[in-house]
Design a protein around this ligand. Structure first.
Ligand SMILES: [Zn+2]
Length: 453
């Protein structure tokens, strides 16, 4: 079976391609990118459209596994379904130290059942930390627990996990020794450590140093997660300068960011421990509850205390980042796009359904970012960062994961009130050469496979 996508503007930053070209797909792989029109069984016209590699999202919180041993796959409300609708074809789950399930087993389930998108996994430090017996996230782990934890992480990497994720914010008992010991299992693998830093706002600089110094000393690639919600409160310029200074001396450090000026996390998390109002310079009304009795409402001190006590898993959205700071991050050459998608039964933050189209609608069309650079931040950069072979590129032999969109019309429509509204302007998403989504609707749901590194 040969398919030709013809007449579009082909953008593939991994190979430096940008021009009016045709893409030939054969047996699920890219067979040619050329000016000519080779014969094909099926021809897809892409005139007026951009044709680029399917987007790669390296910071996702994966869908849960049910009691039946299957991944949650509601076609509207699953994270992976929302990813597919916005043109993402490969994700990395297991971020911020958290896994919903053993990550090696999760990859096996994806291969057994298929998924909406291709799935890579990080081994979550916090997940394995709890399993090692260090169940109190505020207390240091014992030497024996740290050793067991390191063994579990190494085992997960051996099973194909793409790196280790840390959520030091959520496991503040993590010591320098624990960080170094567990990160050392990455040495020599080329796989990165990703980190939701210990602290944010004014305290972000020390938190960056803690993570980045450890990675640098071990020679491990460092990925700083969702920096908009770490340094988007007036610290971004200095934060990026600190990252640049490290890069200038040869450190392998990069960052990711989502294009929204509000973050989302559970009300019971350490993010809302005492001092958060001072840290972000806001009031209780910066906080919106996404579930339960106060759904859609801004907080008061009274509601905050009541819900944090009675319903600590309640999803929240916190409107505290500065849009100019988020823009500074997203236009920086060492920062790639990632959604930090998380979704609880269709509730949560619109980033899970809007992040990728939004970068083009809000940054490219108004002239803040070149289209080519935006596509690079959504394809080649993340795929290379996590060593996802055959992804994020249209090179001959790569998997034919492709998105075709209208650069004048693509936009996100998901909102905080309606976080799963599908985007507009995306004509076609292919996984392995087969249509998976068309015009914002999923047409094939099980094409995704595990991506092991
Ligand atoms: Zn996080």
């Amino acid at each position: 079976m040969r398919t030709l996508i013809y007449g579009g503007q082909v953008i593939d930053p991994a190979s430096g391609t940008d021009g009016r070209l045709n893409v030939l797909i054969e047996n699920g792989k890219i067979a040619a990118v050329c000016a000519g029109e080779p014969e094909a069984d099926e021809r897809i016209c892409a005139a007026g459209r951009v044709v680029c590699p399917g987007f790669v999202d390296i910071h996702v919180h994966e869908d849960p596994v049910g009691p039946d041993g299957r991944i949650y796959s509601d076609p509207d409300r699953a994270v992976f379904a929302n990813m597919l609708r916005m043109g993402v074809t490969t994700v990395a789950g297991g971020n911020c130290g958290a896994n919903v399930y053993d990550p090696g087993d999760y990859l096996d389930i994806v291969d057994r059942d298929g998924a909406f998108v291709n799935v890579a996994m990080l081994a979550g430090h916090g997940y394995f930390r709890a399993l090692s017996g260090a169940g109190d996230e505020y207390a240091p782990a014992s030497p024996g627990q740290i050793s067991a934890l390191a063994d579990s992480l190494r085992d997960a990497l051996d099973r194909g996990c793409a790196g280790i994720s840390y959520g030091i914010r959520y496991a503040p008992g993590t010591t320098a020794e624990e960080l170094a010991r567990t990160m050392s299992v990455l040495r020599g693998t080329g796989k990165p450590a990703a980190c939701h830093l210990r602290d944010d706002a004014a305290a972000v600089f020390g938190a960056l140093a803690e993570f980045a110094d450890t990675a640098e000393a071990l020679g491990v690639p460092a990925e700083v997660s969702h920096i908009g919600s770490m340094a988007g409160f007036g610290q971004m310029e200095r934060f990026l300068a600190a990252v640049d200074a490290r890069r200038a001396r040869g450190a392998d450090i990069m960052c990711d960011c989502y294009p929204y000026s509000a973050f989302s996390t559970g009300l019971g998390s350490a993010t809302y421990d005492d001092g958060w109002l001072e840290r972000y310079g806001c009031g209780y009304d910066a906080l919106e509850l996404c579930e339960g009795e106060y759904k859609g409402q801004r907080c008061t001190q009274e509601i905050f205390r009541k819900v944090r006590r009675e319903f600590p898993s309640c999803r929240t959205v916190c409107y505290v980042m500065q849009p100019a700071e988020v823009e500074l991050a997203l236009t920086h050459p060492a920062v790639m796009l990632a959604s930090d998608a998380t979704m609880h039964l269709g509730q949560g933050h619109p980033r899970a359904a809007g992040t990728f189209p939004r970068l083009i609608a809000e940054y490219v069309r108004p002239g803040r970012l070149r289209l080519y650079d935006a596509v690079e931040k959504m394809t080649a950069m993340p795929a290379r960062r996590y060593g996802l072979k055959g992804k994020g590129t249209l090179a001959v032999g790569a998997d034919a994961d492709i998105v075709v969109f209208d650069p004048e019309k693509i936009r996100d429509t998901a909102t905080f009130a309606d976080p799963i509204r599908p985007p507009e302007g995306i004509d076609l998403v292919l996984l392995g050469g087969t249509p998976a989504a068309r015009d914002g609707c999923i047409v094939s749901s099980g094409l995704g496979r595990a991506v092991r590194t």
